[in-house]
Design a binder for this molecule. Structure first.
Ligand code: FAD
Ligand code: N01
Length: 543
């Protein structure tokens, strides 16, 4: 069955996912005159911004930077209302894009891809969905998202809870009213940190269950500043280019070249203060040695600890909220609006799970090693099976029936995060081994989509039927990704970057920390050398 091709519909490209990645891909592929079809599990476009509708959900990179740059007309006509756009505004934007470029006619919604098998004889991908679609395509592109598969609660008794349960990553479309309710939020990552202040204003009482405190910096959100907007408009192309060539793909961060250790204490404090006052990721770029030197890092950590102590009135609660035991910035920095202040409210209680872990969900609430709590609603803000989850959910088979999830049993292996040896003509957008989640994803998405579509154009022009990463190139890239990560403090935290949040997931640092600018250059050089490290037009995997 797997190797016989008897499907009805045939496309040049099948795309899985209609988030920012899939939509831009479809648009670009049409520009090449190719036929393409998107299968999307959700009932609408938007991916992340379709699924994550929890209260307080918003982007934490400034709106104009977190938007497509490929169309000047689109940029001209869309004006963001806030410094950090809300989820509803982002969803409106992505719907506008889908309409503006007439993308919906090639998208099939509410359709989950369950398998993608490469046929060794015909060099075609056969893609099947849970609705019974059975199509073939020359290329298959996984635009399935790095954070699209929720980490499901595995506590014993989850199903016995008689109140309402929610996951931030699968929020009900018609919203949730917590007025008068006793609510639990489990988790203190970005989703929790955004939603907790809002839930607290409604709930009769909110208990926050914290396993590991996170570093969070204030967003200082507000309406768009007209002067800033005018400056962005006047210098947009230059700013966009700066972002593409930068480390994290964010202009507003202004990464400094100064060393925290070599800067006098008073001056250093002033730099931290200035960046805290500016808000968002600015603090992360304060000094060049913070992410590579533990002593420098400790200075940034101490600065945030003191901020927490100055905001949270109860000293015991403040100490529980101070992240310790892992370096600042090695779990994704959170950006909040009134998070620490929320713990000054009478109706909010912080539960420190390091003093007693959750042992079960009961019919009435949450049981820890030390107490039982009763709730009307439980919010699981426990994150995602990041980076590999969506790919491993699909039965992807490459040459000779090799399964991707088996190949990746000890962690993902890719060449550039774009392709996998043994899986010809299969592209990944922001796959593991690319900067992806360590960057402004819009910058990374556009770079990947441009690279992939340029590559397909190149192959078609030369009538090359097959492209495949060589095993040697893949091994070299995996080694490089690890080597660069080990030069930083990132691997020192139990983060989802390492798969540490999902029990049983292999511990491998998945994103590429080399920066979007250098990475873009590497990808461009490889393409310019006729796709170095890829075997072209041959049916025999090289390596
Ligand atoms: P997604 O938006 O995840 O879209 C992937 C789509 O693929 C989904 O719609 C999914 O339903 C679909 N899909 C997956 N598997 C299948 C299948 N088998 N069959 C059919 N369809 C499938 N990044 C930033 O840079 N800045 C931010 O501020 C930021 N904020 C974020 C906030 C939240 C709450 C989350 C969860 C992520 C955030 N991110 C942020 C990361 C965000 O995921 C990316 O910025 C971007 O939206 C990813 O777009 P995408 O199209 O690659 O993936
Ligand atoms: O998920 P997370 P998220 N018992 O994995 C805890 C992006 N994003 O949805 O740290 C108890 O960060 C877990 O504890 P620990 C962004 O890239 C961006 O919040 O593993 N607790 C942690 O506190 C982000 O990083 C925005 O010890 C458990 C929390 O749940 C990524 O998406 C907003 C537990 C999960 O935090 C994921 O963020 C939202 C258990 N068994 C998301 N299991 C922006 O602001 C997990 N936890 C733009």
């Amino acid at each position: 069955m797997a190797n016989s091709v008897a499907a009805q519909e045939s496309y040049d490209v099948v795309i899985v996912g209609a988030g920012f990645s899939g939509l831009y891909l479809l648009h670009k592929l049409r520009g090449l005159g190719l036929t393409a079809k998107i299968f999307e599990a959700g009932e609408g476009v938007g991916g992340t911004w379709y699924w994550n509708r929890y209260p307080g959900a918003r982007v934490d990179i400034e709106s104009q930077e977190y938007s497509y740059s490929f169309s000047p007309e689109l940029e001209d006509e869309w004006v963001w209302s806030e410094r950090y756009a809300t989820q509803p505004e982002l969803l409106r934007y992505v719907n506008h894009v889908a309409d503006r470029f007439d993308l919906r006619r090639d998208i099939k919604f509410d359709t989950r891809v369950i398998s993608a098998h490469f046929d060794d004889g015909s060099h075609r991908w056969r893609v099947q969905t849970h609705r019974g679609d059975d199509v073939v395509a020359k290329y298959c592109v996984m635009a399935t998202g790095c954070l699209s598969v929720t980490n499901e609660p595995r506590f014993p008794g989850v199903e016995t809870f008689k109140g309402n349960s929610y996951h931030t990553g699968r929020w009900p479309h018609d919203g949730v009213d917590f007025t008068g309710k006793r609510v639990a939020v489990i988790g203190t990552g970005s989703s929790a940190i955004q939603s907790i202040p809002q839930i607290a204003t409604q709930a009769a009482h909110l208990h926050v269950f914290q396993r590991t405190p996170n570093f969070s910096v204030p967003a200082h959100n507000g309406p768009q500043n007209p002067e800033k907007l005018a400056d962005w408009k006047a210098n947009r192309d230059a700013y966009r280019q700066m972002a593409r060539e930068s480390g994290a793909g964010i202009v507003a961060v202004e990464a400094s070249e100064a060393s925290a250790l070599q800067t006098p204490a008073e001056e250093r404090q002033a730099v931290f203060e200035k960046r805290w006052a500016r808000g968002g990721f600015a603090l992360g770029g304060a000094f060049i040695d913070v992410m590579v030197n533990l002593d420098a890092n400790a200075l940034a950590a101490e600065f945030v600890h003191n901020k927490i102590r100055s905001i949270v009135k109860d000293p015991e609660t403040a100490e529980i909220l101070c992240p310790k035991g892992y370096p600042f910035g090695t779990k994704r920095l959170c950006v909040d609006t009134g998070y620490y202040e929320t713990f000054n409210r009478d109706n909010v209680t912080l539960v420190d799970l390091t003093k007693g872990a959750i042992t079960a969900i009961t019919s009435t609430g949450v049981r820890t090693e030390t107490a039982d709590y009763d709730f009307d609603a439980i919010v699981y803000a426990i994150g995602f099976d990041a980076m590999t989850g969506a790919l491993n959910n699909i039965d992807i088979k490459g040459r000779a029936g090799e399964r991707l999830r088996e190949k990746w049993a000890d962690g993902p292996k890719t060449y550039l995060g774009l392709m996998v040896a043994g899986f010809p003509n299969l592209f990944l957008v922001t796959g593991p081994g690319s900067p992806s989640v360590l960057s402004n994803m819009m910058v990374s998405i556009e770079q990947h989509v441009d690279w992939i579509t340029d590559c397909i154009g190149y192959l078609n022009q030369r009538q090359i039927g097959v492209i495949e990463a060589t095993r040697a190139a893949e091994n070299g890239w995996v080694a490089h990704v690890n080597e660069v990560a080990d030069m930083t403090l990132y691997p020192q935290a139990n983060s989802w970057y390492l798969g540490a949040n999902v029990p049983g997931k292999p511990r491998v640092f998945m994103p590429y920390v080399g920066g979007v600018g250098p990475y873009r250059q590497i990808c461009a050089d490889i393409a310019a050398k006729g796709y170095e490290g890829f075997a072209l037009g041959t049916d025999t995997p090289a390596g």
